[in-house]
Structures are given as structure tokens and as C-alpha cells.
Design a protein around this ligand. Structure first.
Ligand code: SF4
Length: 314
């Protein structure tokens, strides 16, 4: 409960570390500062007593914070706390009450929390939700199986030269034209950090991508049972940047796929002039062959000099 008589002392803990800005924390910080509260990173040795401490993590596998916290109230937030392991299996479900209230969710983020990571760069979501419902992904459980527009660009962008878009599936949103139009108009360099859905990449959508400033396009081919060769061919034909270094495709391995299926996707992408990027599901427990595959593909010097995985591991 907020004490209305005094400004609060608020502490923040980014459980994942400080490698990627934590959006919920940046929004909470902005909202509290607007109320006149003091906000700082929580440091057990130096912070003293806090009225409230927020802990946030994006990844469920990040080890939780175990140090003592000197605070009246501790609140956990972020996707990492919306996902649980049940009976040792990675079964995802969301606790909807862990979502931020609308007045905080839609506030301009406090980028000053991460000065180095946000130099001339904005981060945010224009859409939430995804109709695909991939088994390994928590988006459908957390945000629903429909991609909906949730913001305009100005909500989290104020003229920065680069925009890191965190949308799960922008192309699945019925307002895709409006959204892509806003990104084009911004003249900022756009990064679809979660990858776009190549199955929905029609020539009309790709034409809008061509008018956008994009250094490296991210796409995904995660499902081993879906042959997306024709979709990637279409993308290659319509997309104006032809170099493979500018078209990177996430390839999920170690989840319901055989090595043959993994290599089929990887070799097909190479033939079509895309650069695959191997992501290992449950890397902690993955067999060595997946780590070898990841190194062979993701280390671009090895990838360009050694064409066959069989030769790399020989
Ligand atoms: S397409 Fe992407 S965002 Fe959608 S459910 Fe699958 S992995 Fe998640």
C-alpha cells in the first residue's frame, strides 16, 4: 500500500543482469519518479531500508536473487516470474495479475537506468500476443493467441536513432500496415529483435520493410515439421538487401527435432543466402552435439570456411 504522506524510497533489482534493458523496471522507475519517489538500484550493502523493492527478470531460467532485502515490501515482476516449471517439465503458464497496470505499462520508460545500453536507442512493444502458440514459447499463455496493437511508437520513442522492437509477431497484427508505416516514418534504424514470421511475409509487407532502415533482419524457422523453404524463397526474392549477413534466421534446436531436421533447416537457409543462428532449447542440459552445432553455425569465421557439419565434427 502506498503511503500518501511521504515520498517512497524505491529499490530495483534486475535479476538477469544488465546486458539488456529491463522494460518493466524502466517503466516502474518512470512512474515512481513521476510520483516524486526516489528510485535507485538496490545494493544490499549501501541502500539501507527501502519502502519497496521491485525484482524483475525476463528469463525463467535466471537464478533468483537470494541476498537479504531490507524493505517493507518486495514485488516480483517480468516474464521470468510468469513462467513456472511444473514437475520438472517446462510447462508454461502465466499469472495475469503480474502484468503492469495500464498507467505504468504505457508510460515513457526511464532510459536513464541503463545509460550505456540505451544510448540513442529506444526499446518497446507495439504489439502483444501471437496466434502460433509454439509449445516452447510462453507468449500465448502470457499475452494471448491474437496479436494486438498495444501502443503507438511515440509511447516509447522520442527521436532516438535506433529502435529495438520487442514484439513477438508484428506481422500477425491486423494493424501491421499502420505499425510498419510508423516505423518507416521514424527514419530510425529498426531491429525486430524477436524475428519476423516469414510465413506472413507477403510481398506487400516486405515492400514496407524495404522502405525501412534495417541493418540486420531477424527471422525465425523454429518448427522442424514445417518446411518453410518457399516462404524464405519468397522473402529472398522480394527483400531488397541480398547479402546473407543482413538476413539472420533463428533456428531452434534440441526441441522436438532430430539432428537431420536441424541440418535440413540450416543447409536450406545457407542455400537461400540467409545466415542461420542456432538457439539451443534448455542449453544447460543439451547434448554436446548441439553445442558443436551452435559453434559451427554462430561463429561466422567457422561457418563461412566449413560448409558441412560432418566435416566440422570429424
Ligand atoms: S511464432 Fe514466435 S512468438 Fe509466436 S508462439 Fe511461436 S515462438 Fe512464440
Amino acid at each position: 500500500m502506498r503511503n500518501l504522506l511521504k515520498n517512497m524510497k524505491i529499490g530495483l533489482i534486475d535479476i538477469d543482469g544488465h546486458h539488456f534493458p529491463n522494460l518493466p523496471l524502466m517503466k516502474l522507475s518512470a512512474w515512481h519518479k513521476r510520483q516524486g519517489d526516489t528510485v535507485e538500484w538496490y545494493q544490499p550493502m549501501f541502500s539501507g531500508h527501502m519502502d519497496r523493492v521491485y525484482m524483475s527478470k525476463v528469463f525463467s531460467f535466471t537464478t533468483d536473487y537470494t541476498d537479504c532485502i531490507n524493505a517493507d515490501e518486495i514485488i516480483k515482476c517480468g516474464s521470468g516470474y510468469c513462467i513456472d516449471l511444473v514437475d520438472g517439465k517446462e510447462i508454461y503458464y502465466a499469472k495475469r495479475d503480474s502484468l503492469l497496470p495500464a498507467e505504468i505499462e504505457h508510460i515513457y520508460p526511464d532510459y536513464s537506468l541503463y545509460p550505456e545500453l540505451t544510448i540513442d536507442t529506444a526499446f518497446g512493444f507495439l504489439t502483444r500476443g501471437c496466434p502460433r502458440g509454439c509449445e516452447f514459447c510462453h507468449v500465448a499463455a502470457k499475452e494471448g493467441r491474437c496479436s494486438n496493437k498495444v501502443a503507438n511508437l511515440r509511447e516509447f520513442w522520442d527521436g532516438q536513432g535506433k529502435i529495438m522492437l520487442c514484439d513477438p509477431n508484428t506481422f500477425a497484427c491486423r494493424d501491421w500496415e499502420d505499425i510498419l508505416g510508423q516505423l518507416i516514418e521514424s527514419r530510425a534504424i529498426i531491429d525486430f529483435t524477436q524475428g519476423i514470421d516469414v510465413r506472413l511475409a507477403t510481398p506487400e509487407r516486405i515492400e514496407m520493410l524495404n522502405r525501412m532502415r534495417i541493418r540486420r533482419m531477424h527471422l525465425a524457422w523454429d518448427q522442424p515439421d514445417q518446411d518453410l523453404t518457399e516462404d524464405f524463397k519468397r522473402f529472398s526474392e522480394c527483400y531488397s538487401r541480398k547479402s546473407e549477413t543482413r538476413k539472420v534466421v533463428y533456428v531452434l534446436v534440441n526441441f522436438n527435432s532430430t539432428i537431420e531436421q536441424d541440418l535440413y533447416r540450416i543447409y536450406t537457409l545457407r542455400d537461400l543466402r540467409f545466415d542461420p543462428y542456432v538457439m539451443i532449447y534448455d542449453k544447460k542440459h543439451a547434448a554436446q552435439i548441439y553445442r558443436d552445432m551452435q559453434r559451427w553455425v554462430n561463429n561466422r569465421i567457422i561457418w563461412r570456411s566449413c560448409k558441412r557439419f560432418e566435416d566440422y565434427i570429424a
